[in-house]
Design a protein around this ligand. Structure first.
Ligand code: SAM
Ligand code: SF4
Length: 334
């Protein structure tokens, strides 16, 4: 049998990075991400552990070298660690990096297991270190668990990168402290602009804090030197002389980052989204559940590569409350 064709799109971008969502469920309700009364998918719609595994192997066979598990909150899925163990066995034979993005609430229980399975780096979302702000923003009083989780990850020698959504009037005054703390702990930290994804029962523009302004403020306080570091993704980095650490900026709304895009996303129901900022998708679950999954997957991948858009089309609509895209970030996992 010939090897499956590598994933290369119309613009000659080679897809080497998959973000695979293992659940749409979450134990938090971050105000920018989902409404309090979020409706989750029926379990039967979500891919089984075997299907997730099979799908991940199909991507690895086509040249995906980096796999990020995400959600919803990946660690709320009960059999998640089994998937991590199974995928950990692919490390060194095609797969180069297995990682995950988590809100950290259950990290204390899983950090050792993740490290033992071959995970070396994880992203933890942390928007604030103030307990009240956290409880208001995430609508759950879970900051102590998250901080325990981050400490457990460090103890398990996982490299932690913190992701912080910069939010006007919520954490904007705290950002310098958060960065100082992260760097003091030896963690990288990346700031993210809020993106117009999904209905959230709030005015998204009220939360929007442009990162070019944040960067200007930080540059008054610290010496920022642009860094050549690239993660293959949209983040751009600076080194901060005073804290001795690296700070990333992800600016989907004020910057453009599509030319070098090497990634695709799969939801927990097996929908392959070619772009975080687009509606285009291909149904891999139907392919997996068809009579001839190998052939159907090959066809689905070919279609996806023909349809991956050149660039995203986000815009925060100042006038209206309607999100640019109907789906929530918790579907595609960011
Ligand atoms: N639950 C996990 C977590 O919070 O890390 C993984 C999934 S979450 C959807 C992934 C990332 O997306 C988090 O860092 C979160 O802050 C970010 N996110 C969610 N909604 C967002 C939005 N509307 N704009 C920007 N980032 C968002
Ligand atoms: Fe849950 Fe992550 Fe969304 Fe927060 S950002 S509600 S932790 S999925």
């Amino acid at each position: 049998m010939t090897a499956p064709a590598p994933l290369i799109d119309r613009f000659a971008r080679r897809i080497s990075y998959l973000r695979l969502s293992v659940t749409d469920r979450c134990d938090l309700r971050c105000a920018y991400c989902m409404p309090e009364r979020m409706e989750f998918l029926p379990r039967a719609d979500v891919l089984s552990l075997e299907e997730l595994h099979r799908l991940a192997l199909a991507f690895i066979a086509r040249g995906v070298t980096k796999l990020r598990l995400t959600g919803g909150e990946p660690l709320v899925r009960r059999d998640m660690i089994d998937l991590v163990r199974a995928l950990g066995r692919e490390l060194g034979s095609g797969l180069e990096e297995l990682t995950l993005t988590t809100n950290g609430t259950r990290l204390a229980a899983f950090a050792e297991d993740l490290a033992a399975a071959g995970v070396r780096r994880i992203n933890v979302s942390l928007d604030t270190r103030d307990r009240d702000t956290f409880a208001r923003l995430a609508r759950r009083d879970a900051l102590p668990q998250v901080l325990d989780g981050i400490a457990a990850a460090k103890a398990a020698r996982l490299k932690v990168k913190l992701n912080t959504v910069a939010l006007k009037g919520v954490n904007e005054d705290e950002l310098p402290d958060l960065i100082t703390w992260a760097h003091g702990q030896g963690h990288e930290i990346t700031l993210i602009e809020v993106m117009p994804l999904g209905e959230i029962e709030q005015d998204r523009f009220a939360q929007y804090l442009p990162l070019d302004a944040v960067r200007r403020d930080l540059a008054q306080r610290w010496t920022l030197s642009p860094s050549d570091a690239r993660s293959g993704g949209p983040a751009r980095y600076v080194d901060i002389a005073e804290t001795g650490g690296r700070l990333g900026f992800i600016t989907p709304l004020t910057g453009n980052f599509c030319e070098g895009c090497n990634r695709v996303r799969v939801t927990a129901t097996g929908q392959l989204f070619m772009c975080l900022g687009g509606e285009g998708k291909v149904d891999l679950r139907a392919a997996l559940r068809s009579d001839d999954p190998d052939a159907a997957l090959a066809q689905a991948f070919a279609r996806a590569m023909g349809e991956k858009p050149e660039r995203h089309a986000f815009a925060i609509d100042r006038a209206g409350a309607a999100p640019a895209l109907a789906r929530h970030m918790s579907m595609t996992g960011g």
